[in-house]
Design a protein around this ligand. Sequence first.
Ligand SMILES: [Zn+2]
Ligand SMILES: [Zn+2]
Length: 760
Amino acid sequence: MPRLRFLVRGVVQGVGFRPEVYRLALEEGLSGTVWNHAEGVTIEAQGPAEALARFERALREGVPLPARVESIVAAPIPEVPAEAGFRILPSGPGGEGRAVVPPDLAVCPACAAEVATPGERRHRYPFTNCTRCGPRYTLIERLPYDRPHTAMKGFPLCPDCEREYRDPLDRRFHAQPVACPSCGPHLTLRSAAGTVLAEREEALQAAAAALREGAVVALKGLGGYQLLVDATSSEAVGRLRERKRREEKPLAVMFPDRASLELDCELSGAEAAWLEAPEAPILLLRRRAGGAVAPGVAPGNPRLGAFLPTTPLHRLLLGAAGRPLVCTSGNLSDEPMAYEDAEARARLGGLADLLLVHNRPIVRPVDDSVLRVDGDGPTLLRRARGFAPLAVPLGLEGPRGSALGGPCVLALGAHQKNTVALLKGGELIMSQHLGDLASLEGAGVQERTVTDLLAFFGARPERIACDLHPDYASTRLAEGLAQAWGVPLTRVQHHHAHGAACAAEHGLTGPVLALTWDGTGLGADGTLWGGEALRIDGAAFSRIGYLKPFPLPGGEVAAREPRRAACGLLWATQGPGEAPPSLAGAFSAGDWARFQTMATRGVNSPHTSSVGRLFDAVSALAGLRAKRGFEGQAAMTLEFAAGERNEGAYPWDVQDGVADPAPLVAAVLADVAAGTQAAVVAARFHGALAELALTWARLGGLPDVVLSGGCFQNARLTALVQATLGAAGFRVHRPRRFPANDGCISLGQAAVAAATTIGR
Ligand SMILES: [Zn+2]
Ligand SMILES: [Zn+2]
């Protein structure tokens, strides 16, 4: 009888792939073996040729999510006589060094159905999971991935769960977090002061009732604490905003089911697929008029961050509440998410009325991912749950397998929206979004994440990369590690890293032109950059174009006060003078004069080429947003105002690559003075930026253009630049699997450091 050996690559470990192979083999009456190893999964199967063919087809087409088969190579091998049945073998050698740490996956349809079915052992059990779903990365303490090395070590399996765990035909075969009501974790409801109010189902029902009455509930979720309120109640949403000190930044909403979500949001086919995918990110969907969600959830925003319940706990709670709930990270603005119980009680006690908690420890914080579907594909804006820490092969070292190896690099990322990245064997392992490192908690989370990643992936970095900025916590950590390990440290300019990240994502190894349009980052010349055209070639880069710098009176404060950027821009382009009428209301008596004087004297007024700050300034000049708000809000206001309009473009004066915005500013002021609609001003401004992109792309003279930086989170700008450059014959590459914002900096740093190591 014929015997075939299949080598299967892809996401095939820790996701119930071997039991599925076992089931398929039994179905076809095949004998043979299956085992995990460093490269993926190998199957040997023996039986009649037609049965083998059906088996192979099922492998290629029919393996259920979350397993994702990338390639199957089949080869005939000699028959094994008198083989008895089909067996799952222990993992083979080579697992060390390319271990798989699976990401956390949303509840699968089978588990969801089980939880919803009366009479089932796990009916209404919030911690139901199987090999296809549930917690992974958030509960693994160390490898190999076995129950005693997870947060489930304190929950010995009951005989029923043990039987499922041992049965290769059960979908809980070797599911490490398997649990049931008699052996697993359970819920407790506590008051803000910590008193136990109820347990199990009673706790869930009481929390749901409190939510319906407008209470703020802190929920211990999968990867951290979340704050929940009734999303349909303006009063409850206002209460949450006040306590969280988060005035206008959009909040995400979890809907009980798809039908209720579609009352508030439009949903395309691609969006629906992501909504129900195992990664289950928060999706930025177009809002429908007249939905149930209170306007204060995302004021002035045509999109809503929406998702479905990701765990059985969320499903049960949303079902009991019977309405959409705001579901946001449990923290004060700018602090990291709380995930340890004592810490959560201390930090969230003042924010929440009640805490719905459980006794399964969270080993590491993992936030929700955020994704937007743009025309032709998905764009990740925050890469966390469901994605981290899956390794992503990069084409940097040539085809996989040929030069597998390459330097091992650890990159510590940016100061905000931080991620940490490990480049190893030509693959990139990026941590979950860690957030802001300004607080001690944030820096601590980063340090623990570095330790974890190195241990999980058995990595010994031969080089470390960090930002150019000397004062960042990540820079200090990098310096300490480089010294301790005796390895070189590569300091990578922020926007060089941005451009290199997008190039690396798309496997571009030759020279590229990078448009890096961003907030502010320390430039190679000591000024603040953020509106550059960089020629990037491996470890080297040169600045071939930039926005003519203008002062930011007050420095960092200007990121939250667009009027300061407007004041500085007018000072630079029109000379010192009075505030134009459209801005007069934004300045109290004396403020304008004070900011102008600061700019003139150069007092706390760093100069910047930032396109992000230019967005702020134009937003203020157009009368859209002058004061306060979250970073990027002014730019979003302009983006939303522009919509899909094409109204031409404001002019620039570009000399030797330096773009002087003086004619643009004069035209904006003239439009505003003439009473032109803000939407038209916004559209002309976007048009101007697309024209500038084209000017710089032509100056660069390279066929490949990469886009990166926070400004390219703007869907309108990105689409316009892509279309304009594409029409002129350039190949435009935009961030897709990694964020355009500072979440990609660790990737870019790693790519630059790798190029430095191999001398490219
Ligand atoms: Zn499941
Ligand atoms: Zn059990």
